[in-house]
Design a protein. Structure first.
Length: 340
């Protein structure tokens, strides 16, 4: 069958214009349809009010709250679903908060400092009481290292930007060493333990429950813990939008946290048995961890702000964060968040 010759000159140009016009009309119609189908910002907000996305780590008040199921019961009457997202450490959790993947979560002292330096839109809402013995430096039982001073020139594993990052800095300072005197190897907890057990690093700075679990499982020695050096608090952080736009839900969450914290202190064995299957840590180890854990959910006081500012200033001096920050700017002061 003969093929019709392709038009040339003015005819071809005219045909192009017709095709282009048709395409634009179709694209415009499609765009209008998509716009009509897409939810408005108010519709999206309404949908978002039907769920609360909680970022948690394998251990802490939020993980105990999750195991009890009391937050789900508190929100049931409102038709609000609770979604739990697990994170290996604080920095990853805060990155999810930054991208809008979660509404709230809990982390240690150091991660918020790095997050604020990166303009993360979180706010401090409440804190736990200090637990300085809940983190420390582990060394093998037969290690020649006998004090923090012996870490000079040695390889020390830790999770970058976590509580133990600050712990190491302060322990070195207390013992007359500089941060640059040790070879810091940044590894998340699972990789750090593998490197530690393989002998690839000389020491491991880690927090509970991994701290106590590894100490017991590997028969390690505690070179030093945070007693008299750091506070080691658990901070409860919300996205600014969630704190401002859903203050009633935020208050419900804080109320359930307080109840859970109080219950956990009186029911250590029950908590250990609840957490053991998910953490894959035996109950006796968790009992040791929980017995060391102080109770109390408290507001962000001037003293806590001052402590956090010291953490921030220390990291700035060491060039671990690029800018000086003002911690007070991240404290949400709405009275609805004042705990009992």
């Amino acid at each position: 069958m003969p093929v019709s010759p392709r038009p040339t000159g003015p005819l071809r140009t005219s045909r192009r214009r017709v095709l282009l016009s048709t395409a634009l009309v179709l694209a415009g119609g499609l765009a209008s349809s998509i716009t009509a189908l897409a939810p408005s910002s108010s519709m999206a907000a309404a949908a978002g009010d039907k769920s609360v996305r909680v970022g948690y780590q394998k251990y802490g008040t939020l993980s105990i709250l999750k195991s009890r199921g009391s937050l789900e019961r508190a929100f049931a009457a409102k038709g609000v679903k609770v979604d739990w997202l697990l994170f290996p450490a604080g920095p990853a959790l805060l990155e999810a908060l930054n991208t809008g993947s979660i509404d709230l979560g809990s982390v240690g002292e150091a991660p918020p400092i790095f997050a604020q330096a990166a303009n993360n839109p979180f706010v401090y809402v409440a804190s736990s009481t200090p637990n300085p013995r809940g983190e420390g430096i582990l060394v093998p039982k037969n290690s020649p290292l006998r004090s923090v001073k012996d870490l000079k020139g040695k390889k020390v594993a830790l999770n970058k930007g976590s509580n133990v990052h600050y712990l190491l800095v302060k322990l070195l300072e207390k013992n007359g060493l500089k941060y640059s005197d040790v070879n810091v190897v940044f590894l998340p907890p699972a990789d750090a333990r593998a490197a530690y057990e393989a002998g690839s690093v000389d020491a491991w700075v880690i927090w509970d429950p991994f701290f106590t679990q590894a100490k017991r499982a590997t028969n390690s020695r505690v070179l030093a813990d945070g007693e008299g050096v750091v506070a080691n608090r658990e901070f409860f952080l919300f996205s600014r939008d969630f704190a401002k736009g859903r203050s009633k839900d935020a208050k419900t969450i804080l109320s359930e946290l307080e109840k859970t914290d109080s219950w956990a202190k009186k029911n250590v064995s029950a908590v250990a048995n609840q957490l053991s299957p998910e953490l894959k840590i035996d109950a006796p180890t968790l009992v040791e961890v929980l017995n060391r854990r102080p109770s109390g959910i408290v507001p962000i006081s001037p003293a806590i702000i001052s402590y956090q500012q010291n953490v921030a200033d220390t990291f700035k001096e060491l060039k671990l964060i690029p800018v000086k920050i003002n911690v007070k700017e991240k404290v949400y002061s709405d009275p609805v968040f004042k705990t009992k």
